[in-house]
Ligand binder design. Structure first.
Ligand SMILES: NC(=O)c1ccc[n+]([C@@H]2O[C@H](COP(=O)([O-])OP(=O)(O)OC[C@H]3O[C@@H](n4cnc5c(N)ncnc54)[C@H](OP(=O)(O)O)[C@@H]3O)[C@@H](O)[C@H]2O)c1
Length: 303
């Protein structure tokens, strides 16, 4: 990565999440980062739902980039009636406000979305322009967020990613690693296919893109839109679990089961692999295979 003396100001929102945590480590190389989270800690506290505080923060900092890694990601919890409004506010209304403020300030907004905006009724990787069809409240609110951000007038880049894991946070990898130590036998769903993506890879790709855009701010306007940004390759949750077990080198019998034997409040797409071609062609970024990233992530954990 080439870093010039002209460092952009970056406002990071949600720096304590899986992706946010990696972003606040990575972005410091290329810019002056104000890293905010709900409770503070790494930097100022900022509640994305506090519209006045968000406006005041953006007007005070006058960032070149606003990066929104905060979201309501509790996919099953979001199905409960009491959570729907919160999910909508965080995943749709708040990103829209960020878009409007970014447009007013001339900042570029980077926002994340999900493979769960698709129905999964296919067997080949989704391109950005393909028809959406969310099956869950989470997917619906994230799709609404995408549309509001795109309509906000901001120069906005939306990165759709999938099956995020990392050493920091609550995710499938960490759950499996714990369960492999506690149990001799596990059942894992084998008929949902996706691309497990290490949060660090998302952060590093984002940083490289911010670095490219800041060299010519006009690029943000030209290149705004939706991009798929996931690890390469595909697997099932069962395949993901087997690879984790192999890398841990532990004994545990994993039984492959169909989705209907593991009912959850939210429906999930059966096939939600995203095609990264647009990302590769636009920014020259080749995302690594999921198996290689997982190995690196687990090695990083033991350091
Ligand atoms: N996780 C996945 O598998 C996945 C898959 C595809 C796409 N994505 C997308 O990728 C992005 C990052 O996801 P992630 O996995 O990093 O999510 P995450 O680990 O759940 O982090 C989300 C962060 O948002 C914060 N947050 C919640 N309410 C907030 C508020 N009112 N104000 C400020 N911060 C608030 C959370 O703080 P608390 O923890 O304190 O509540 C948390 O730190 C999201 O847009 C998500 O939709 C995620």
């Amino acid at each position: 990565m080439i870093v010039t003396a002209d460092r952009p100001k970056i406002l990071l929102i949600g720096c304590d999440g899986q992706v946010g945590w990696e972003l606040q480590r990575t972005l410091g190389i290329i810019g002056e980062v104000v890293a905010t989270s709900l409770c503070g800690g790494y930097g100022p506290a900022l509640d994305l739902l506090d519209r006045h505080a968000v406006t005041a923060m953006i007007q005070r900092i006058r960032p070149d980039f606003i990066i929104n890694a905060a979201a309501h990601t509790a996919v099953d919890k979001a199905e409960a009636e009491a959570e729907v409004e919160l999910s909508h506010q965080l995943n749709a209304e708040a990103p829209e406000q960020l878009g409007i403020l970014a447009a007013e300030q001339g900042a570029t907004l980077i926002h994340y979305s999900t493979d769960f905006i698709f129905s999964g009724n296919t067997s080949k990787p989704y391109r950005e322009e393909e028809a959406t069809g969310p099956l869950s409240v989470y997917g619906e609110t994230k799709l609404d967020g995408e549309q509001r951000v795109l309509a906000s007038g901001a120069n906005a880049l939306i990165f759709r990613t999938s099956w995020v894991y990392g050493n920091h946070g609550f995710n499938f990898m960490n759950t499996m690693m714990r369960l492999f130590k506690e149990r001799d036998q596990l059942s894992v769903v084998d008929d949902q296919i996706g691309a497990p993506t290490w949060s660090r890879m998302i952060a590093e790709a984002t940083a490289q893109i911010v670095n490219q855009l800041r060299l010519d701010p006009a690029d943000s306007a030209r290149l705004q839109g939706i991009y798929h940004l996931t690890a390469a390759g595909e697997t099932s949750w069962y395949g993901f679990a087997c690879r984790i077990r192999e890398l841990m080198d532990v004994e545990c019998n994993i039984q492959a089961i169909p989705t209907h034997e593991y009912p959850t409040p939210a429906r999930r797409p059966a096939y939600s692999v995203l095609d990264n071609t647009k990302l590769e062609e636009t920014f020259g970024l080749k995302m690594p295979e999921w198996q290689a990233s997982l190995k690196l992530c687990m090695e990083d954990r033991s350091h």
